[in-house]
Design a protein around this ligand. Structure first.
Ligand SMILES: Cc1ncc(COP(=O)(O)O)c(C=O)c1O
Length: 441
């Protein structure tokens, strides 16, 4: 099916969303506050979600493999989380000071992730990585940040470099150039961000050796969750650890998404101990959240006792009790057995998609870890962001729209997530819908 036909079907099913979008553009640029979720001609408006399912403003039901970009690991409106939120909300929505809920969530996270000896909360993953980067600069006294090509760590200036887009002008694969991902980035940022090629230990070592005296930290999403879900090749992270330790460079592991892949996060799965870790998404149980933490000696920069902190971190809604309680209720549900079930759902989905691609001889692949998966439309060996770029650049959008038209929601870029609210039948529904979409595309 052509893109036009998929779009025609989409618009015919979503007239109420179109009307809402028309009202929205009068008061917001593009009618929107969230670039990631927008697509032309307009995104559908959500009316409600329950378990694995969402309904749009026209009452159309879809199975949700997006889960608010991997945040809703228990599905929509899980009763225990809703109950916890209601109970806390009834006794006050926010206060100018801490509550016990914050202590409990911090305890749960430090217990699960031993490298995180001490942590602080924010309202988003963006604020978490922003603080972790500032902290690394303060601790080391060095100005630069190293990040991987294709990795997304939020929307503050320091990490809006070489995230996505056409890679033709991105320079040599082994010595990538820093490319602004946004208008408005000051030139100082591009001078102070070093870009590394994922899964190339020799090239990374060479770059870091050259820049070592200036580099405060390497920020790493261990599964490249926004760049194709490409786990590190054997020996890659140990090499990174070795070169950074030798030069006093901190490693910030961005687990905003990857934390959901194991009880103790991806660092438990990979047997890796970073200096700092950032969190978001699932730890807030569906409400706005972020956290950053790690080595006690490094986190001490935020300690306000004895003469005040060396880094000040305010935030009117940091650690607000409603989010903290939702986080505690969510982590309580994420037992080792729950993680095993999530892994099984992910494996069933990836297995089904791989069989479908093989049986239909499609040029495609599926990657993923635990409950996460990514649909790729290339036959190239997948190693880094550049290798994930499809020849038919429009196909991911056709698949996304085709699945929407067939009652399945995932992300536009190809990332998807199973939730604990899903059944095997929901997963099979995904695979069967994809089969129909591919048959007409
Ligand atoms: C790996 C990673 N880091 C940071 C962020 C930013 O988090 P937030 O959207 O809560 O600001 C995201 C968001 O998708 C993410 O995937």
């Amino acid at each position: 099916m052509s893109l036009d036909k998929e779009l025609a079907e989409y618009t015919s099913k979503t007239p109420r969303s179109r009307a809402l979008h028309e009202e929205a553009v009068a008061v917001m640029p593009g009618g929107n506050s969230r670039t990631t979720t927008f697509f032309d001609p307009y995104p559908f408006y959500f009316q409600r979600g329950q378990g694995a399912h969402v309904w749009d403003a026209d009452g159309v039901e879809r199975v949700d493999f997006n889960g608010n970009y991997t945040s809703l690991i228990l599905g929509h409106a899980p009763p225990d989380v809703v109950k916890a939120v209601q109970a806390v909300a009834e006794s006050g929505l926010s206060f100018p000071g801490p509550t016990e809920h914050e202590v409990r969530l911090a305890e749960m996270l430090t217990r699960r992730v031993p490298s995180v000896e001490s942590l602080r909360f924010t309202n988003s993953g963006t604020e978490a990585t922003m603080n972790a980067v500032r902290l690394a600069r303060a601790f080391t006294g060095r100005p630069k940040l190293a990040k991987f090509e294709g990795a997304f760590h939020g929307t503050h200036d320091w990490v809006m470099v070489s995230v996505s887009g056409d890679t033709k002008a991105w320079g040599n694969r082994r010595r990538p150039k820093p490319i602004p991902w946004s208008a408005g980035l000051p030139p100082a940022i591009l001078k102070n961000v070093v870009v590394l090629p994922w899964n190339d230990p020799d090239a990374c070592t060479e770059i870091l050796e050259r820049e070592a005296a200036q580099v405060a930290a390497v920020i790493v999403d261990p599964l490249m969750c926004n760049a194709g879900l490409l786990p590190p090749v054997e020996g890659f992270l140990p090499r990174l650890r070795e070169v950074t330790e030798r030069h006093g460079i901190l490693i910030i592991m961005d687990e905003v998404i990857s934390f959901r892949t194991a009880w103790g996060g991806a660092q438990e799965r990979l047997g890796f101990r970073p200096d700092l870790t950032t969190f978001g998404k699932v730890i807030g149980g569906g409400l706005p959240v972020g956290a950053f933490g790690g080595r006690r000696d490094v986190m001490a920069f935020y300690d306000p006792r004895k003469g005040g902190p060396r880094i000040s971190q305010g935030g009117t809604f940091n650690a607000n009790p409603v989010t903290m309680a939702a986080g505690v209720a969510t982590l309580n549900a994420l037992t080792p057995e729950a993680h095993a079930r999530l892994d099984a759902l992910g494996e069933r989905l990836r297995g089904g998609v791989a069989r479908l691609l093989a049986n239909t001889r499609r040029r495609g692949q599926v990657t993923g870890v635990g409950s996460l998966f990514w649909l790729h439309w290339t036959a190239e060996p997948l190693t880094d962001y550049r290798s994930t770029r499809p020849k038919d650049a429009e196909l991911p959008l056709r698949v996304f729209l085709g699945l929407l038209n067939d009652g399945i929601l995932m992300t536009q870029r190809g990332l998807g997530a199973c939730s604990l609210a899903m059944t095997d039948d929901d997963v099979d529904r995904f695979v069967n819908a994809l089969a129909r979409v591919l048959a007409r595309n």
